[in-house]
Structure formats: structure tokens, C-alpha cells
Design a protein around this ligand. Structure first.
Ligand SMILES: Cc1cc2nc3c(=O)[nH]c(=O)nc-3n(C[C@H](O)[C@H](O)[C@H](O)COP(=O)(O)O)c2cc1C
Length: 190
């Protein structure tokens, strides 16, 4: 038997990413978001959805830029903390001992400790209700060489132990099940 529930946002698991924003060190801030994702491959585009009452909202709206920093087990504490404290009251970089580094294209800082920093420039803002959706072009990606295999050049995020967010809980990723297309490959191996 299935129960009918009232409409709700139950698409999980999701990322819990740290979004860095601001165009000067005094303005730099970090907000944790789960309402974010990829919306186009070519051109590479993504979205974040932010409540207008967030401190970060005005910063992102003013600068029209932000960086999505992928989070890891090591960054899990800071990820949660930056999602329950406001930049109105704290300097989150300082409080969490995180390093604001230079992005290549946008003014917003990257979080150096994150293995992957996705630089974004806002194209359009959609007011949807509780949240505004920032639709953005990905203008650059910075990948930590620590996770790039010298021989193959392959970036392996698994080594960094990325985390996911599901129904109010954070998780590290479990066992690998198979690679893209494994279901239709002839051999049993993926
Ligand atoms: C796991 C997690 C996911 C979150 N996702 C969102 C989100 O998608 N949109 C949003 O507006 N707030 C989200 N929040 C809440 C903000 O991160 C939180 O209100 C934060 O304190 C705002 O910081 P700021 O005032 O410095 O901008 C999330 C919080 C957590 C812990």
C-alpha cells in the first residue's frame, strides 16, 4: 500500500554544497544550499534557489556571481555550520578556518579546502515563492590536483569523500554500483 502525501519537496538525496559569494573580503560569505543542480550541459548551466531573507541573497543579487564548492566528509561540520549561522553575525571563513582563494573568472572567492569549485555567473533570477531561483552559466571550474591521477589525468571525486544530504541527514557515499551504461554492457563487469 502507498500513502498519498501532500505535495512536498521530496527529491533526495541532494548535494549539500557551500556557496561562496561577495566581491571583497568584507563582503565574502558562505551559504550552505541543497536546492541546486545542473540544468544544461551545453552551455554548462546550473541553478541555486535561495530565500530572499538570507544574508547571501542580496550579495549574490548585487554581484550576480557565486561559486559552488563541492563538500566532503572533512568539510561536513563547516557545511552544516554555514547552513545554520548567518553572515550577518559571523565571518564564516574565519569561524570555520576556511581559506578564501581567488577564482579565475568571478570576483566571488573559492573555498580552497573544497576539491571542486564551480564558478558561476547569474543569467536570470526567477521569483518562485519561498525561494528565488538563480539561473547561472558555469564560467570556470577549478579542480584540486590532489585528486587528479598524474598518469590518466582523471579527476576522482570519490577520493575526496563527497557528501550528500537526504531528509535532514548528511551521508558519505556508499558502495559503487557500476559505471555509466553498465546495465547494457555485454560483460558482467561495468
Ligand atoms: C543542508 C542545508 C541545506 C540548505 N539549503 C538551503 C537552500 O537550498 N536554500 C536556502 O535559501 N537556504 C538553505 N539552507 C539554509 C541556509 O544555509 C541558512 O539559512 C544560512 O544560515 C544562511 O546564511 P546567510 O544568512 O549567511 O546567507 C540550507 C541549510 C542547510 C544546513
Amino acid at each position: 500500500m502507498k500513502q498519498d502525501w501532500k505535495p512536498g519537496t521530496l527529491i533526495y538525496p541532494l548535494p549539500a554544497a557551500m556557496i561562496s559569494c561577495g566581491s571583497s573580503p568584507e563582503e565574502y560569505n558562505i551559504i550552505t544550499l541543497s536546492w541546486l543542480g545542473t540544468i544544461c550541459t551545453n552551455p554548462p548551466m546550473c541553478y541555486i534557489s535561495v530565500r530572499p531573507e538570507r544574508h547571501s541573497y542580496e550579495i549574490i543579487k548585487k554581484n550576480m556571481e557565486f561559486v559552488i564548492n563541492i563538500t566532503t566528509q572533512e568539510l561536513a561540520y563547516a557545511t552544516d555550520w554555514c547552513g545554520v549561522r548567518s553572515g550577518r553575525d559571523f565571518n564564516k571563513f574565519e569561524e570555520m578556518g576556511l581559506t578564501a582563494g581567488r577564482a579565475s573568472i568571478v570576483q566571488a572567492p573559492i573555498i580552497e579546502e573544497s576539491p571542486l569549485n564551480i564558478e558561476c555567473r547569474v543569467k536570470e533570477i526567477l521569483s518562485l515563492g519561498s525561494h528565488d531561483m538563480f539561473i547561472a552559466d558555469v564560467v570556470n571550474v577549478k579542480a584540486d590536483e590532489k585528486h587528479i591521477d598524474e598518469e590518466t589525468g582523471k579527476f576522482s571525486l570519490e577520493d575526496a569523500h563527497p557528501i550528500a544530504y537526504s531528509h535532514g541527514q548528511y551521508y558519505d557515499l556508499g558502495n559503487r554500483i557500476g559505471g555509466f551504461g553498465w546495465s547494457v554492457k555485454k560483460k558482467d563487469k561495468d
